[in-house]
Design a protein around this ligand. Structure first.
Ligand SMILES: Nc1nc2c(ncn2[C@@H]2O[C@H](COP(=O)(O)OP(=O)(O)O)[C@@H](O)[C@H]2O)c(=O)[nH]1
Ligand SMILES: [Mg+2]
Length: 288
């Protein structure tokens, strides 16, 4: 093939590969969602419809990208976790992030009318930024996931109390902020219960815990395996043939994908679902 004199420009493209044998997390976040939430009159502090749109878009992303083993979302953000052993997916950060962001955004806009039938989107349309981070150890990944879920809890407890003081207690924003300055979780729980008769524990799980998306197989006994140790011991990804990996990927593509609101900080969630860390498909649950 003849080279044109312009072709040298391709050498300007620089590598941006993500470290091999690490868990890659791509986190997307709504751009300017404080404004966006006001524009479409999202309920405060939590709008169930808004979370449903986020979850629908994230579920579509997990469906289309079988290398994602789990996703976790809260508010206007979602984290997508790529299994560390997969050699099949793109490891260039820019390509990976742009694929997730564009797929997510496309489905967000596609899903919007299902949950906001009376509020059609008008420009400026919702958009998302994204970043990719490599986590070298399983502990790092678990801590990342725990960090996001603890953040969800802290923000939700604060927001729930803040808006109760305003909506039920008649305060303005400044007064509510002052009331909550320097308070601990126990104080906020007490304000909710004593002043407004709200037991925080009874708030919807989706608000307290956020949303977890993963492929659904039969749960196993927590002590029946040592998947966490095994996956951590892997020195390199391709311990199995390419055909085997493609087969597993096809199986993953067929599995039912579920959206739940569970504790992902404790070991139990991970121990009962070894496929999340092994990447090996589990048993398809029998239909009732
Ligand atoms: N009212 C309301 N606002 C929400 C909800 N979910 C997300 N938001 C808004 O989205 C913002 C997300 O935070 P952040 O990404 O830091 O702000 P951004 O830079 O404006 O997107 C929150 O501060 C809220 O203002 C919701 O369910 N209800
Ligand atoms: Mg945002």
């Amino acid at each position: 093939m003849a080279n044109s004199k312009f072709e040298y420009v391709k050498h300007f493209e620089q590598p941006d590969t993500l470290l091999p044998n690490t868990w890659i997390v791509v986190r997307i976040d709504g751009r300017g969602f404080t404004k966006f939430a006001n524009k479409y009159s999202f309920a405060k502090p939590n709008d169930r419809r808004a979370l449903d749109v986020m979850n629908a878009a994230a579920k579509a992303v997990v469906t289309e990208l079988p290398d994602i083993t789990i996703a976790y979302g809260v508010s206007d953000e979602y984290s997508f976790v790529f299994h560390k052993s997969s050699t099949l997916f793109e490891r260039r950060a820019s390509k990976l992030v742009s694929t997730i962001v564009s797929t997510f955004t496309a489905y967000y806009i596609y899903s919007w009318p299902t949950y906001f039938p009376d509020s059609p989107l008008a420009p400026p349309l919702p958009s998302f930024d994204g970043r990719a981070v490599c986590y070298p150890s399983l502990q790092n990944l678990r801590d990342y996931m725990s960090w996001r879920q603890v953040d969800c809890h802290i923000n939700n407890l604060y927001n729930t109390t803040f808006w109760a003081l305003i909506q039920l207690g008649g305060m303005d924003g400044k007064e509510a902020e002052k009331e909550l300055a320097g308070t601990f979780a126990a104080d906020k729980n007490e304000i909710l219960f004593k002043r407004f008769n709200i037991n925080y524990n009874n708030e919807p799980e989706i608000y307290k815990k956020g949303s977890v998306i993963f492929r659904d197989y039969e749960l196993v006994e927590p002590d029946s395996h040592h998947v966490a140790e095994d996956v951590e011991d892997l020195a390199q990804p391709a311990q199995q043939s390419k055909t085997q990996m493609e087969n597993d990927k096809k199986k993953r593509a067929k599995a039912r994908i579920t959206v739940e609101h569970l504790d992902i900080i404790k070991d139990d969630f991970w121990n009962r679902r070894p496929w999340l860390l092994s990447g090996k498909p589990g048993k398809i649950p029998k239909l009732p």
